[in-house]
Every structure is written in structure tokens, then in C-alpha cells.
Design a protein around this ligand. Structure first.
Ligand code: AQP
Length: 331
């Protein structure tokens, strides 16, 4: 049986949070032994809002994200981990795909609309972001893209672009499928459970997100302060967004079904739920933090993963790009 290849990535735009772990990293780890895996730190994507780029820090941030993948349980024996900008073919394929992308497809992306809202000028990179993401995925003949729910529309666009390109230039790309985790696909902000937990929001709002490198006490404190309501309703269809979010986080950490969590806490104050969520989150974070510290203390150990991974994925990227150049008549 031909193997299934998974591709996914995270932007080095800030400290990774619980949403990144439960929505993305945990499903990468869970299935890595039954797939071929290509996990990328998407640093070119981090340039899309140039005002927020700190050139002195970006390279370090990329290495830290790569180390976090490994600390979260990515096994370099079966998974490739590399930094996007080290493979030039991402940018080349992005341009070729840009030329087959109708503008309207990009203008209707909800992430583009929300990120460009209220900005005086909107950069082309922000609009073109999903085309670069499509290039990342299609470059590796990806079958599955394990991501959080917020990426659904972008993966749909990637599929549409692969189909359009194949139609225009002949069968070139594998058309990938999205995969979501069974729980934790959309972790909401602790201080505002109507908005997705997000790195950029967390920068100015200390109680918005639990970061994967938060000290256990601090992580627990943020959860104990999470916004709920003044009632006592655990029914998943009527409970407030904050309570549903906390039950979702607990379920994602422990594997317990939401209905069972709701039944267990019925009649108890939210403090009991928060305490259990805090314990479950801290139990997730502690081993990750211990392994992260080891990788950060030993840059050579990280290089020993990144260097061979980069060479291995380069070979795949070069093959795909050769096919693309032949298909469109360049190179
Ligand atoms: N809140 C979330 N719940 C579940 N999954 C999430 N992901 C992000 N936030 C949540 C998933 O994490 C992966 C990497 O995300 P990203 O860094 O590429 O970009 P993002 O989705 O834009 O993350 P942020 O935190 O919101 O970053 P900023 O603020 O920089 O834009 C993806 O698989 C994503 O689904």
C-alpha cells in the first residue's frame, strides 16, 4: 500500500499556545507512525505583516518552533522537521500558483478579511498568504493536512488550486484532504471565548492564552481566571461559550467525551471544572517544557534533526518543481 504523506506547519509569529498544541501538534504526533510526515516552520508566512517582524528575533523564533515540535513528541526518526525558507521551491511554486489564482478566491478568505480589517494599508502578502500555504502543501505531494478548524477555508482553496492547475496544465498535483482532531479543533480565548485563541491577540492580553512554555503555576492561574458566567450550566448545547471551551480543553487533554464531562460536573460550581482543566493542561505542558529546555540548551541536537530533514524534503520539493516547470514550460 502506498504511504500517506502528511504536511503541516506553524508560523513563528509568537509563543505557541494551547490551541496550536491541541488543534495541530497533537494530531501530528498521534498519527506520525502510520504516515510519512513533513512538518515545516513557516517563516515566510511570518513576513506577511512586516510591521510585526523583528528581524533579529525571527531566526531564533523559527528554531524555537522547530524545537517545540520535537518537545511535543514529534519523532525525528519518522518525521521531517525543517524551516520553510531553507527550501527555495516554496517561493517559486507560490508564484506559479499565484498566476492561476483568481483574485476573488483570495478576497473572500475570512482570515484575510479579519486580518486586514481596520488597517490603513493592506499588504499583498496578506492577500497572497493562502497561495503560499497551497504551495507549501502541494510541493510535497501531500495527502493529508492535519490542522485546526480555522484553516478549513485555506485547505479548501489549496484543493481548488490543485484541481484548477491540473485542469489547465495536466495532472501534476495530489489533491490533499484536511484532517481535524477529534477534540480541540478550535480552542477559544480564555479571556474572550467568542474569539479563537491566537498568538497575535495574546501579545497584549495576558489572560488570553496558555503558552506552551508558561510555568505550570502561571498556566493554572490563567485557567482559574477564564471567563465563564454566573450560572451553573454544563449542558453543551446551552452552556456559555466559556464553559463549553473549558470542557472542550479538558476533553482534548484527557480523551473524555464532552457529555461525560458535563454529567460529571452537573450541580458543581465552575471552580471544580477549572481546577481539573488546570491540572490536565499542566500535565500536558510539563513533559513538553522539560524536552524543550533540553533542545534549547543543545543547539547541535536541533541541527542534527533539521539538517538531514531539510536535505530529505529538498529532494521531494525539487522533483515536484521539475514537474511543475515542465508542465508550464519554464526552466
Ligand atoms: N485556537 C486554536 N485552536 C485550534 N487550533 C489552532 N491553531 C491555531 N490556533 C488554534 C492551529 O495551529 C496551527 C498553526 O497555526 P498558525 O501559527 O499557522 O496560525 P494561526 O492559525 O493564525 O495561529 P495564531 O495563533 O492565530 O497566530 P497569529 O495570531 O500569528 O495569526 C494551525 O493548524 C492552526 O489551525
Amino acid at each position: 500500500m502506498a504511504s500517506i504523506r502528511a504536511f503541516s506547519g506553524v508560523q513563528p509569529t509568537g509563543r505557541l499556545h494551547l490551541g496550536n498544541l491541541l488543534g495541530a501538534l497533537r494530531q501530528w504526533v498521534a498519527h506520525q507512525h502510520t504516515r510519512e510526515n513533513v512538518f515545516c516552520v513557516v517563516d515566510l508566512h511570518a513576513l506577511t505583516i512586516p510591521e510585526k517582524v523583528d528581524p533579529a528575533q525571527l531566526r531564533d523564533a523559527s528554531r524555537r518552533v522547530a524545537a517545540t515540535y520535537l518537545a511535543a513528541g514529534i519523532d525525528p526518526a519518522v518525521s521531517r522537521v525543517f524551516i520553510q525558507s531553507h527550501i527555495r521551491e516554496h517561493a517559486e511554486l507560490a508564484w506559479v500558483l499565484t498566476c492561476v489564482t483568481p483574485l476573488g478566491w483570495l478576497e473572500r478568505m475570512t482570515q484575510f478579511k479579519s486580518k486586514s480589517e481596520g488597517r490603513e494599508t493592506v499588504g499583498h502578502g496578506l492577500l497572497a498568504y493562502p497561495v503560499l500555504q497551497a504551495a507549501d502543501i502541494l510541493l510535497y505531494d501531500t495527502h493529508v493536512v492535519p490542522v485546526g478548524e480555522d484553516q478549513k477555508q485555506h485547505i479548501e482553496l489549496t484543493r481548488d488550486l490543485a484541481i484548477r492547475f491540473n485542469h489547465l496544465f495536466g495532472d501534476t498535483f495530489v489533491v490533499p484532504e484536511l484532517t481535524l482532531p477529534p477534540a480541540g479543533a478550535r480552542v477559544m480565548g480564555l479571556d474572550d471565548p467568542t474569539a479563537k485563541m491566537s498568538k497575535s491577540i495574546a501579545v497584549d492580553r495576558p489572560n488570553h492564552a496558555v503558552f506552551l512554555d508558561d510555568a505550570p503555576k502561571k498556566a493554572a492561574k490563567k485557567i482559574m481566571r477564564a471567563v465563564t458566567d454566573s450560572g451553573c450550566d454544563y449542558n453543551p448545547s446551552t452552556a456559555s461559550a466559556g464553559v463549553v471551551n473549558l470542557m472542550g480543553i479538558l476533553g482534548a487533554c484527557t480523551g473524555e467525551a464532552i457529555d461525560d464531562i458535563a454529567a460529571r460536573f452537573e450541580g458543581q460550581g465552575y471552580g471544580y471544572l477549572k481546577k481539573e482543566v488546570a491540572d490536565a493542561v499542566v500535565a500536558e505542558l510539563e513533559p513538553i517544557q522539560a524536552r524543550l529546555a533540553e533542545y534549547l540548551d543543545d543547539p547541535a541536537a536541533l541541527d542534527a534533526v533539521l539538517t538531514p530533514s531539510t536535505e530529505a524534503v529538498r529532494a521531494i520539493a525539487q522533483d515536484t518543481m521539475a514537474r511543475v516547470r515542465a508542465a508550464v514550460g519554464i526552466g
